[in-house]
Write a protein of this length. Sequence first.
Length: 314
Amino acid sequence: MRKPFGLFVLLIVLSLSLGACGPKPFEIGSLLVCPKNYDPATSVCTEKKSANEKVDSEHQELPAAKLGVDEVGVYRVNTEMYGIYERVGYHPTPSDYVRVYSRQQIHVVSDIDPNACGGSYNDFNCVKALSNVTLKGYQKFGASYALDVSMDFSSQQNLRLLYEVGGAAQLMVKFNDRSRDTLRDSTDIDPQKYISGEIKKPDVARIWLSKLESSDYMTSWQYFRLFKFEDLAVRYFEPEKNDSASSSQVLEDQEFQDFLRRRDLFCAQYEPGTSLRAECDRTFVCSQTDNVCYFGGAIIPIDQLPTATPTVTP
């Protein structure tokens, strides 16, 4: 005798409702049974077959390593060998003993506003703007940038380093500290050439990328071999307000605009097109710390600069 279809549907709904109220379903592969004193070089874990499986006093339950799309897990095979897991899902090694990295490029953004790279600084791929960039003549600039890097998993030595450093988050903190120190030492860049427009942001980016790829400070770093530098773009690059300013103060466009206005007003006393006017436009510079400007050996207090363009008599 056939049961009414309505009753069949009702039974299904009831079973689903009751199931939702019960314990969370056991995920095959999510838990491992491992020796109490787990050693990644010698211990072997077995997958827990069901939620009801008992664990004796010599063993413990540990969560298995789980990888997402494009993630790689670096683990220790024995005292000398390291391996990588690449399949999405659970793997037969406790999660605390697998170092997770991504095969995708890592896009590091440095900016005055954390909303430019996700909403909050995290020392991984969203970092503060760069202050105290020292250029030729010890002039200080503020800067921000975007940098693309990828990881190299091609050798046992690299896998060992990737395992020992502890994972992508720990490695990127070290990388950002080292790379930002490298960019701050930019005494090979002439600030006057930048201010005059002789060199521009793409030129600074090429210089910086070369420094990251070949400077002694970077290449002598033990983790340098793990990185492939893909691209670098300079987002902001202007004179700092003062040496002790915070990054938000350092990168205010207003201060740079004030400098350009002072330069234009001061240099307007020289006839356009003359060598003296060109020299003034190129070398006039101000120090906010000392509250003075400099040109041709003269020291001009900022409060003595002209405030309006002088009238030129025909």
